[in-house]
Design a binder for this molecule. Structure first.
Ligand code: F6P
Length: 323
């Protein structure tokens, strides 16, 4: 099918660089003389028909802005087949030949279901601070969030050192430990507690058992938000090791906002253009990703369903470096 019109939306949690990507998709499509419709508030807006045409000026002056000008939402209605049928009806009403979805795991799973049930052409673009999508080395927003965390931990370290305290710093990532593990390495933390390394070892006991306080008077542990997060570990230390001064800092939504880094802007721009190239080449229902700095196409069903493993060497590296 020759494409004449596309729809573009952001869905799920906002991530820095989504705007840069909306700009890139819009401009690359207009360059091909295609029409572009912006779909507002993710799947919610597609179901309710919150859809407006975008021109090149509509995406001016947004490359540097965090959040998403298209707004975003997590839609309950789209989880049902009826909801997805309504969404497909609106795509037909606006003569949209293909839908470009920028989002994380849940959003791309939704896109996959829509494509399968309604014979809609979708292209996924990985946009989430969690970096948890299979088939791509990085996701839009991850680098910026990582840098935000490192900046915060650098500040927390001042208090940790001045007061000789153990700080448990909780970071986002949902089921994935990429933000926790890599921010721990970048900020020089003593340990990271991540979901991928929780099988049979007690990470807290390991950390304390290494006698961290013998050589250092303060320490920073980065904890993934899953399973009770930082509070859980702080409580355990307070009861099991009352001799330590313990504090918790939950970074929360600070991690999702702010100007995208140069890396995220470039990634967003490349993936945005790549989504249009994929459609020109006749690709359907793939996610565009980046592997070893090359653009790749990954079947959207695989990207959404398969787990992205964390490199176990990173776990060892942190362990070695925290003596
Ligand atoms: O997926 C991005 C993310 O920020 C996760 O790290 C976090 O668990 C979740 O979104 C929070 O979602 P919400 O914005 O719905 O509270």
């Amino acid at each position: 099918m020759r494409i004449k019109t596309i729809g573009i939306m952001t869905s799920g949690g906002d991530a820095p660089g989504m705007n840069a990507c909306v700009r890139a998709v819009t401009r690359a499509a207009i360059y091909e003389q295609w029409k572009v419709f912006g779909i507002y508030r993710g799947w919610e807006g597609l179901i309710s028909g919150d859809i407006k045409e975008l021109n090149t000026e509509d995406v001016s002056n947004i490359i540097q802005r965090g959040g998403t000008i298209l707004k975003t939402a997590r839609s309950e209605e789209f989880r049902s087949e009826e909801g997805r049928a309504k969404a497909a009806e609106n795509l037909r009403k606006f003569n949209i030949d293909a839908l470009v979805v920028i989002g994380g795991n849940g959003s791309l799973s939704g896109a996959e279901a829509l494509a399968r049930e309604q014979d809609v052409t979708v292209i996924g673009i990985p946009g989430t601070i969690d970096n948890d999508l299979y088939g791509t080395d990085s996701t839009i927003g991850y680098d910026t969030a990582l840098n935000t965390i490192v900046e915060c931990v650098d500040k927390i370290r001042d208090t940790a050192t001045s007061h000789d305290r153990i700080f448990f710093v909780e970071v986002m990532g949902r089921d994935a430990g990429f933000l926790a593990q890599n921010s721990a390495i970048a900020a020089g933390a003593e340990a990271a507690i991540i979901p991928e390394d929780k099988t049979d070892i007690d990470q807290l006991a390991t950390f304390i058992g290494r006698g961290i306080r013998k050589s250092k008077n303060s320490s920073i542990v980065i904890v993934s938000e899953k399973d009770g997060g930082a509070m859980h570990y702080a409580e355990r230390v307070r009861t099991e090791y009352p001799e330590f001064g313990v504090r918790v800092s939950i970074l929360g939504y600070l991690q999702r906002g702010g100007k995208p880094s140069a890396y995220d802007r470039i990634l967003a721009s490349r993936l945005g253009v790549a989504s249009i190239n994929a459609l020109k080449e006749g690709q359907r229902n793939v996610m565009v990703g980046i592997k070893n700095d090359q653009i790749v196409y990954v079947p959207i069903a695989r990207a959404a369903k398969l787990d992205k493993p964390i490199d176990k060497e990173l776990i060892n590296d942190l362990y070695v470096l925290s003596i």
